[in-house]
Design a protein around this ligand. Structure first.
Ligand code: HOZ
Length: 428
């Protein structure tokens, strides 16, 4: 791979053959303007661009890099697995170790199935819930993004919202009709939806803390009410912890909030930077999956040995380093710096944060759902984004994405980022 080609040249070539020049829309800079940079390498908290710039990275490959980029222990694990082969198409020992590890991090998971992405995990969990209950309808929440399968691309967040297509073209109306969309943090709306669809709701799926309209926490007691209502109406409760699992706590938001969902979807961190997803939960439900039961789900690369080895190394590191309190301190530090700068400048700013995830919303309204997130001033965000990027700090190129921290941000990187964020806000 040539190291002397500029981002501008690469983007021109990419646009000729790759729609929009990117392989996932969230990487495009369309909502903030300008062209995306191309990354040549990544180490710790730093990305090195094709143009030789070094950027402090607050995207962390959209979540997985909790120990920073290119951690030596994860690299070693992949190298060791590589020496044995890249894919077997048979069961392999890593899968068993991974299943045992996942169950030890998430007590709600009695059985687990590996797949290759978060999208596969949520899509499969929905099918499983439908097969288990014999019902068709599902409930999701406005702004929650659960990957790009048909039933779930309705009022979706992330790139679908950023690029103005929260209800994607190409989703048959008949499919969308089976998805009931409700406001987040509103238990009365959920109660009413169950009353309006008696005996018809197979599952309620949510990001228990949303990471795809920016970062939004559930209000105190909300998740317990969701749990109680799903139990009362016999619907499967699915927590999409693809982003929050292993990141906000060892056992995700369900550990922080002491809630036991029926199924949990995982991804990102669990693959150590390689493509992995997983879904798991109550054995009674999971045993409906083929080959034991009638719900079909499969994948050539599911449980891939390289991905399993990387994920196992990453999870073992989490248990050794226990970084959660330190990550929370970093998150608080950055949000406090931003809030102080905004106050001084007289700019309204909200900074919801939990551990290593947070967002900066330029709005006076406390952010608790999609409408309040969308009240953020996107023109101001755009200027803020570029002011940070010019000074060497890369944050998600959308007002509707969460920032991610890693333990590699500790020390110099977080101090420099606080200075940059402070300066950028002061110059808005
Ligand atoms: N869940 C990721 C951020 N919202 C999306 C990553 C992607 O779509 O590429």
């Amino acid at each position: 791979m040539s190291s002397s080609v500029s981002s501008t040249d690469l983007f021109a070539r990419a646009q000729r053959l790759i729609p929009g020049g990117v392989n996932s829309p969230v990487r495009a800079f369309r909502s903030v303007g300008g062209a995306p940079f191309f990354t040549r390498s990544a180490q710790g908290a730093t990305l090195t661009t094709a143009d030789g710039r070094e950027l402090i990275d607050f995207v962390c490959t959209w979540g997985p890099a909790i120990h920073g980029h290119n951690h030596p222990r994860i690299r070693e694990a992949i190298t060791d697995a590589l020496s044995r082969g890249t894919s077997f198409g048979t069961p392999n020992p890593y899968e068993v170790e991974m299943a045992e590890l996942i169950a030890s991090f998430f007590p709600s998971i009695e059985k687990v199935r590996m797949c290759s992405s978060g999208t596969e995990a949520t899509m499969s969990a929905i099918r499983l819930a439908r097969g288990f209950t014999g019902r068709d309808k599902i409930i999701k929440f406005a702004g929650c993004y659960h990957g790009h399968s048909d039933s779930l691309l309705v009022s979706a967040g992330s790139g679908a919202l950023t690029h103005g297509h929260p209800d994607s073209a190409g989703v048959p109306a008949a499919f969308a009709r089976e998805t009931v969309v409700l406001p987040f943090n509103d238990p009365a709306a959920l109660d009413a939806a169950f009353a309006a669809n008696p005996g018809q709701i197979a599952a309620v799926i949510l990001e228990p803390y949303i990471g795809n309209v920016g970062f939004i926490r559930a209000e105190p007691g909300y998740l317990a009410q969701v749990r109680a209502l799903t139990q009362k109406h016999g619907a499967v409760l699915i927590f999409d912890e693809v982003m929050t699992g292993f990141r906000l706590a060892r056992g995700g938001v369900q550990e922080l909030e002491n809630i036991v969902p029926d199924l949990t979807c995982l991804g990102k961190i669990i693959g150590g930077g390689l493509p992995v997803g997983a879904f798991g939960g109550r054995a009674e439900i999971m045993d409906k999956l083929a080959p034991l039961g009638p719900v079909y789900q499969a994948g050539t690369l599911s449980g891939n040995p390289l991905a399993m080895a990387a994920g196992i190394a990453q999870l073992r590191l989490l248990d050794e380093l226990r970084p959660y309190a330190r990550l929370d301190t970093l998150g608080r530090q950055l949000c406090a710096a931003a809030l102080a700068a905004a106050k001084l400048k007289g700019i309204a700013l909200q900074a919801p944060q939990c551990g290593s995830m947070f967002s900066l919303f330029f709005t006076e309204r406390p952010v608790r759902d999609l409408p309040s997130a969308m009240s953020s001033d996107s023109a101001l965000f755009k200027r803020f984004f570029h002011a940070c990027l010019e000074r060497g700090v890369y944050l998600p190129p959308s007002a509707y994405e969460a920032w991610f921290l890693s333990s590699a941000h500790e020390g110099d990187a977080i101090d420099r980022a606080c200075d940059v964020v402070t300066t950028a806000i002061s110059e808005l």
